[in-house]
Design a protein around this ligand. Sequence first.
Ligand code: NAD
Length: 507
Amino acid sequence: MPIQAADNESQATYKQIDDVRLYINGEFVNAKSGAMFENVNPFTNEVNNLVAEGRQEDMNKAVAAAKEAFEHGPWGKMKVEERMKQINRIADLIDEEIEEIAFLESLDTGLPISQTRKMTARAAENFRFYARMVQTKLHGESYLVNDEFINYTVYKPLGVVGLITPWNAPFMLETWKVAPALATGNTVILKPAELSPLTANKLAEVIDKAGLPKGVFNVVHGFGETAGDALVSHPDVKAISFTGETTTGSIIIKNSADTLKKTSMELGGKSPLIVFDDADLDRALDAAVWGIFSFNGERCTANSRVFLQKNIKDQFVEALKERVANIKVGDPMDPLTQLGPLIEKEHFNKVKQYIEIAKEEGCEVVQGMVPDEVKVGNFVPPTLLLNAKNSMKVCQEEIFGPVMAVIEFETEEEVVAMANDVRYGLAGYVWTNDIKRGHRVAQAVEAGMLWINAQNVRDLRIPFGGTKDSGIGREGGHYAIFEFYTEPKVIHVAIGEHHIPQFGKKK
Ligand code: NAD
């Protein structure tokens, strides 16, 4: 299928997008059933390509390959330096292909190319980071006990791990799981979101090229209820790392219970951004706008609820309106585009529906413009829901689009109570120049990650994850390698003649 794309200089080029197959045991293969599903372009609503639809039998084949690779292949026996060389090679190959990967990601998701380029660079860094982390930090402890024993710990990979990922930042989120899983010596089955299959296969190509032993990394495309569930319920899969909706996370926990799997859950959010009247309002404005309208608003840590202190509210709202009117909406391949189309028609309809609900609930809705020439795409203009109340449906449910609810507050106590009056607890942002208040509020907001006077920037060494209905467990930093992708094993060694009870021995 010919696809029009714009390169760096915005000159049109044409590309053929290949159909996507499964990657099992080092080979690109069709699904056993031969079934394929369509992958639709969110900008044109035309079919980009077809995707092999993996089902139970394909998942069984992938798990068998990963199990064989873990138990009998060279991956686990390889020297750590050698394994990390391969992990670093993956990072180098991603860097070499950054333009192609960013292009495919934008084509698949509608995310603006200027943003997918950065996400791809970050994805390469995920591999380098975990190669360094495993080499320098993945070590156990040792205790000398009364000169009678040495107790020591070693961290062992789990075996076959299943990684299930969403469509909102697919390549970045996939590598965020694949890198620590592989670096710690596990073998992997990746089940990417059905709406964004292209870059997952690019990752398979890159890993294939990096020369990892067959069966170490596998990709099975398909739908959640079939392919995803087959992974979740497979007895040979030791753990599931999941990122996606809260309701899906809950289903996965239930369905993994029979096979007693370890699970990690990165789920939805409805994060507050609080602006006090003493804040640097210009910077707070930049952060508030970026935090909801970047990644097309399809961002788990988006500041979808913005709380403004009463005496700065009107001026801040005026500035928000001006920004929203000027956000550049358009072709995701245009390097100047700031907001692209939403992933699919169904999600587009859902977001539009929430905007209607906001009107019914009494919000004033202010929107930017979608140029006529792109209206065939799933575009929702940047949207402000003014005069919102925290109890409204649009302030309680995750909309996952370019929609910011603006809520007024007067006191610190009141805003903390409202910020916490929600089922989610992923992220939060506090803007104030009162250092004591900044810390106080950040500590009081119920969320896994808080930023004071900062937009959502984070160091890879820091834990990532949410509390309440936003998740269980943490990814990132040493949390991923110590608390999820490995298990400690304790070895007790007697070095002296300690007492052993002598049951049954004649005196
Ligand atoms: P989703 O839950 O619909 O799907 C995510 C993945 O789960 C897909 O691969 C899907 O096929 C699979 N899946 C669906 N049902 C399944 C089942 N029964 N068994 C196994 N797998 C199943 O989520 P989405 O719509 O792709 O992504 C958007 C959501 O992800 C939002 O809620 C967003 O907040 C969340 N998210 C969270 C984070 C985080 O780190 N907390 C990051 C990004 C996205």
